[in-house]
Design a protein around this ligand. Structure first.
Ligand SMILES: NC(=O)c1ccc[n+]([C@@H]2O[C@H](COP(=O)([O-])OP(=O)(O)OC[C@H]3O[C@@H](n4cnc5c(N)ncnc54)[C@H](O)[C@@H]3O)[C@@H](O)[C@H]2O)c1
Length: 377
């Protein structure tokens, strides 16, 4: 008999929805020892929390996350609030002995993230950070191919994450839905929001980054602030590009911006090795591009692998071979891996400690851009 696992969700926005959807679906598609129960959601204002609870089937609502994390009927605290709240909620949840799933980035800065790592490790509670792109089957397949050694020596890793939603100078900063433009809440701009994903995937696929050299730009220097009502300086990086060395000797090139007109959420990466290369693109997320130099020369070329067969990562849990899945499923896989890891006593990654490495790269990137110099990690 599966054991009920009571979920306390903090935050009822975009990620609150993706995580709730994952808890609703996961038990239908994976055989798990733990069955998620949507026990309580905390969001603001109270009417929004109630509407969210009604839509997704949460049994109760809270408006103070401190109440939620100490409730004895909550087993797992899921943190889907803006970045400035991650540290306080996670530390309180750890002290209350709860399992924790925290949205990315782990924190706004390395010192904040370090406190979170210390808290979960002192409490000995299972913990995971939601770098969900690792769990898109084509990306997981990329990891399997890299780990198999098929690429040989790696020369290059490059990644982009491009959007275009902040180009208008009339867009305000701060408050609901625009907290990403408020540096006090977000911690940084595209570096923590978008490049953090690219960095997590890169560290996972290609190993540690040793040093970085970055440039950032804030194209629109002042914006109306929704909370203060005043025109305030913009403190976030609107765009960030950096290059780096990996410990395996390869070179990395990363770019992110919210000023790439025409791109809504284009995350791409490519790895070039001695024998083979792989590439992936969020707009075509069920495909992995693969080039193998060992192929017969007359038919050698980039293959577009449709990752939808039962022997490819996660796909045996879904429909029948040939039918693809999408973005939302990465969150279902994340919950499945987290719960399976808890049952087996082997934590799924990235743990808070692993996600702190991404934070270290982000902080070094921002420091490098500010000081116009190389920064070691
Ligand atoms: N893994 C991913 O790909 C991904 C994608 C988007 C966002 N995120 C991360 O998820 C987190 C949330 O982002 P989002 O896009 O869901 O934001 P959002 O603005 O859509 O939702 C934030 C929610 O937090 C609630 N909230 C704010 N302050 C609160 C408080 N004091 N108490 C209770 N609830 C509070 C709001 O009411 C809202 O429901 C961020 O850390 C973000 O970086 C991750």
């Amino acid at each position: 008999m599966p054991k009920n696992l009571n979920i306390g969700l903090v935050g009822g926005g975009f990620m609150g929805r993706t995580h709730s959807n994952a808890y609703c679906k996961v038990f239908h598609f994976f055989d798990l020892e733990y069955k998620p129960v949507l026990k309580a959601v905390c969001a603001l204002p109270e009417e929004a929390a109630r509407a969210f609870a009604d839509k997704w089937g949460f049994e109760s609502v809270e408006t103070d996350w401190r109440q939620l994390v100490t409730r004895p009927d909550i087993d797992l605290v899921d943190i889907c609030v803006p970045n400035n709240l991650h540290r306080a909620v996670a530390i309180a949840a750890a002290e209350a002995g709860k399992m924790i799933l925290c949205e990315k980035p782990l924190a706004r800065t390395v010192p904040e993230g370090q406190e979170m790592v210390d808290a979960v490790e002192k409490a000995g509670v299972p913990n995971l950070v939601s770098y969900n792109y690792r769990r898109i089957p084509a990306v997981t397949l990329a990891k399997q191919i890299v780990d198999s050694g098929k690429l040989g020596r790696i020369f290059h890793y490059r990644a982009n994450f491009l959007q275009d939603w902040t180009i208008s100078s009339n867009l305000p900063q701060g408050g609901d839905s625009l907290w990403r433009l408020d540096v006090a809440v977000a911690g940084s701009g595209v570096t923590g929001d978008l490049l953090a994903h690219c960095i997590d995937t890169a560290l996972w696929l290609n190993g540690p980054i040793t040093d970085v050299n970055a440039m950032t730009e804030t194209f629109i220097k002042e914006r109306h602030h929704q909370l203060t009502g005043k025109v305030e300086p913009v403190g976030i990086d609107d765009a960030c590009s950096f290059f780096c060395h990996f410990a395996n000797g390869s070179l990395g090139l990363f770019e992110s911006t919210r000023y790439a007109r025409g791109h809504k959420a284009l995350y791409t990466f490519e790895i070039n090795g001695e024998h083979a290369s792989i590439g992936w693109n969020l707009h075509d997320l069920h495909r992995l591009q693969y080039f193998d130099h060992a192929d017969d020369s007359q038919v050698r070329g980039w293959r577009s692998i449709h990752v939808s067969d039962g022997d490819q990562p996660y796909m045996n849990h879904w429909w029948v071979p040939g039918l693809q899945i999408g973005y939302e499923h990465s969150f279902v896989h994340q919950v499945a891996d987290f719960l399976e890891g808890i049952a087996r006593g082997e934590p799924a990654g990235p743990t808070f400690r692993e996600a702190l490495r991404t934070q270290q790269v982000c902080d070094a990137v921002l420091a490098s851009a500010k000081e116009k110099t190389w920064k070691e990690i």
